[in-house]
Design a protein around this ligand. Structure first.
Ligand SMILES: [Zn+2]
Length: 141
């Protein structure tokens, strides 16, 4: 089923805004643990991840050790890695061409927080359709 919304708790959104501000001018990143309920992706837990990209001001790469650990922990549970988050220190919450090129797992929901020296700004969520990002809603329970 096509995903049309991602559900993120207000506390998680606040934590992401903080992480984006703390990492500025570099990109911050995280993985979302949760599950899919029909067209909605529910985020149960946010795992902030070390950004191990070579150029952290222009990109992100989630520490593969976190990815591996989560895959192990969630195996056999009803939860999965359902999304990836990162910040854009250029102040735009729109995915870049690099993001699309690096979106190896097209089932993941993407969330991007815009951040500038003035702090965190817009937060937008996307699913990946074929070769492009499509914006979806962010719901806060
Ligand atoms: Zn990006």
């Amino acid at each position: 089923m096509t995903v049309t919304a991602v559900e993120l708790a207000a506390a998680d959104l606040a934590a992401l805004a903080r992480a984006a501000t703390d990492a500025f001018p570099e990109e911050a990143c995280a993985l979302f643990e949760g599950w899919r309920a029909a067209a909605v992706v529910r985020v149960a837990r946010v795992h902030l991840a070390p950004n191990v990209a070579e150029d952290r001001r222009r990109g992100f790469e989630v520490d593969p050790r976190l990815l591996l650990r989560l895959h192990r922990e969630l195996r056999g549970s009803d939860r999965d890695i359902v999304g990836v988050w990162h910040s854009h220190p250029n102040g735009s919450a729109v995915p870049s061409g690099t993001d699309l090129a690096r979106a190896y797992d097209r089932s993941l929901t993407w969330v991007i927080t815009a951040v500038t020296s003035a702090g965190a700004g817009a937060v937008r969520a996307y699913r990946i359709d074929a070769q492009s990002f499509t914006e979806i809603a962010i719901a806060t329970p």
